[in-house]
Write a protein that binds this ligand. Structure first.
Ligand SMILES: [Zn+2]
Length: 60
């Protein structure tokens, strides 16, 4: 399995688009964003929620 040609994109409701090159990275980026911008929401999300909302797209 290779993630080299894909990335993960997550559109936060606040309008920020988050991207990561792997599942681990998008989870990390999403939690960093939540903790910084939406600290009240950070505790409500888990890894599975982030991955459920993230879209896996072909990188261009
Ligand atoms: Zn946000």
């Amino acid at each position: 399995m290779s993630d080299l040609t894909f990335h993960y994109v997550l559109d936060c409701p606040c309008g920020t688009t988050l991207t990561g090159l792997s599942e681990d990275e998008i989870v990390e980026v999403a939690f960093a964003h939540l903790r910084e911008v939406h600290p009240d929401m950070a505790d409500d999300y888990e890894r599975d929620h982030v991955l459920f909302m993230a879209r896996k797209l072909v990188r261009r």
